[in-house]
Write a protein that binds this ligand. Structure first.
Ligand code: NAD
Length: 494
């Protein structure tokens, strides 16, 4: 018999409530196929309620006007509470999305509290400037919060996504309505419990689970939402952009990627191998920055691929709650099907499938497991080299000259990230400057840090998260002019 399901209510105005419609959303553990949690399925009416609470908290609540250092303390408290509850949060995240516990607990929950600590520390340092306009005027700028933020997030790293949005938004004095992905609604609601314990006032954070087309779209359309902070697929980001031409609210879009990971023949091969593996197989390749296009210098390609295959065969795919497991489950059957479809497309296009390419069956038949997959003989024009697969699939391409590597790296519609592995420091910087992507890692891969700006070029989106840079996204600048005694000229002299 299945274990009893956990039941949640949504979090609006500091209260735990059911959806207006009474409908519920079920979260399925993709590693077992079991429905394990139920949350309210929010729609337009619930979004209205949450936005009204966030609006009221912004316009009349104590958050925006509270001494910034006090806001900062509460954010740091939230970070501490997340750290204290890391094991349970990681377990629930893994139940929701199937990612290996060594990733959710060992990597993500280890880092997430730092977002709240860093931005908590920044809350009282968000300041304006004085602008020299001469003796007649004092002109100064004030950075003010934008207002009510709608945060719409994907399923692949939910708690990290909330940290990247909530921590800076709240530090700047905004209020937020979070719409988590329908596949992974649980940890946003768990986080809301900690928001309450951190004494973040009523209405400052609200969580409305629901589907993108209903709850997400309602948030995008809502006239009282001042900004949408979106992370998800490029196609969804484009749909949101179209929708927002009607209301012109602020928007940041963190979208998809198809990132090149370039290895030169003078690289430290052992490190590059680890970077290639981490780039595309950790989290089963379900990361926006996946190094899914591995560009190898032709002199080292054969040996590199042989060593890669040997390492890939030792990746332990299985029960994501087992700390020994390297790679857990994909998030859903749909995602598993999508990855399988791309493997078939790659074969039809003439790429050579060296390993993987199919779900992991045997004892794990009920889960959405997929074996790490390596394609060689890939041409850059193939769909598997151009489209985001979002699974554990790496496409190997080769190059002869540096120029060719740059061309291949940039010949894709995305521009989220890139890796370059070389012992030649001049080349490293040359390539870093020529790659059209928001992040370039030299001799490392897949590093994200709260202090370092992150975001896309091209169809990977616009706006930046993390670091001082993100504060611009959650504030607006007011310019104040003070007359210092100059006579006001008569505009219509006699
Ligand atoms: P998705 O676009 O399907 O969904 C993301 C969120 O948008 C979900 O909450 C969904 O409910 C909501 N949504 C869907 N349609 C909507 C609509 N019409 N209006 C408003 N909201 C809507 O993405 P996904 O499948 O959940 O996530 C995977 C994608 O996210 C990949 O493309 C990945 O590259 C991208 N991603 C990007 C980053 C980044 O920082 N650039 C980080 C993580 C994931």
């Amino acid at each position: 018999m299945d274990a009893p399901r956990r039941r949640y209510r949504m979090f609006v105005d500091d209260e735990w409530v059911d959806s207006a419609s009474g409908r519920v959303l079920t979260s399925v553990n993709p590693a077992t196929g079991e429905a394990w949690a139920e949350v309210p399925e929010g729609d337009g009416e619930d979004v209205d309620r949450a936005v009204a609470a966030a609006r009221k908290a912004f316009d009349h609540g104590p958050w925006r006007t509270m001494a910034p250092i006090e806001r900062g303390k509460r954010l740091r408290r939230l970070g501490e509470l997340i750290a204290e509850n890391a094991a349970e949060l990681a377990r629930l995240e893994t139940l929701d999305n199937g990612k290996a516990i060594r990733e959710t607990l060992g990597v993500e929950l280890g880092a997430i509290p730092n977002w709240y600590h860093y931005f908590g520390g920044l809350a009282d340092k968000i300041q304006g400037e004085t602008v020299p306009l001469g003796p007649d005027f004092l002109n100064y700028t004030v950075r003010e919060p934008v207002g009510v933020v709608g945060a719409i997030t994907p399923w692949n790293s939910p708690l990290l996504m909330y940290a990247m949005k909530l921590a800076p938004a709240l530090a700047a004095g905004n209020t937020v309505v979070v719409k988590p992905a329908e596949q992974t609604p649980v940890t946003a609601l768990e986080l809301a419990k900690l928001v309450q314990r951190a004494e973040i006032p009523a209405g400052v954070v609200n969580v409305v689970p629901g589907y993108g087309e209903s709850a997400g779209a309602a948030l995008v359309r809502h006239p009282d939402v001042d900004k949408i902070a979106f992370t998800g697929e490029t196609a969804t980001g484009q749909a949101i952009c179209r929708e927002m031409t009607g209301n012109l609210k602020r928007l940041t879009c963190e979208l998809g990627g198809k990132s090149p990971n370039i290895v030169f023949d003078d690289a430290e091969i052992a490190n590059a191998l680890r970077g290639a593996m981490a780039g595309v197989f950790v989290a089963a390749g379900q990361t926006c920055v996946a190094g899914s296009r591995l560009l190898l210098h032709e002199r080292i390609a054969d040996e590199f691929v042989a060593r890669l295959l040997e390492r890939v065969r030792r990746i332990r795919v299985g029960d994501p709650l087992d700390p020994q497991t390297h790679v857990g489950s994909l998030v859903s059957r749909e995602q598993q099907q999508r990855v399988e479809d791309y493997v078939r497309i790659g074969e039809q296009e003439g790429a050579e499938l060296l390993c993987g390419g199919r779900p992991r069956e045997e004892a794990l038949a009920r889960g959405c497991f997929f074996l790490p997959t390596v394609f060689t003989r890939v041409r850059n024009s193939m769909r598997i080299a151009q489209e985001e697969i979002f699974g554990p699939v790496v496409c190997v391409l080769t190059f002869r000259e540096e120029e060719e590597a740059v061309q291949l790296a940039n010949d894709v519609k995305y521009g989220l990230a890139a890796g370059v592995w070389t012992g030649n420091v001049k080349r490293a910087h040359r390539i870093a400057s020529r790659i059209r992507a928001g992040t370039v890692w030299v001799n490392n891969y897949r590093r994200i840090h709260f202090a370092s700006p992150f975001g896309g070029y091209k169809l990977s989106g616009f706006g930046r998260e993390n670091g001082l840079e993100v504060i611009r996204e959650y504030t607006q600048v007011k310019s104040v002019w003070v007359d210092l005694g100059a006579e006001i000229p008569d505009p219509f002299p006699a």
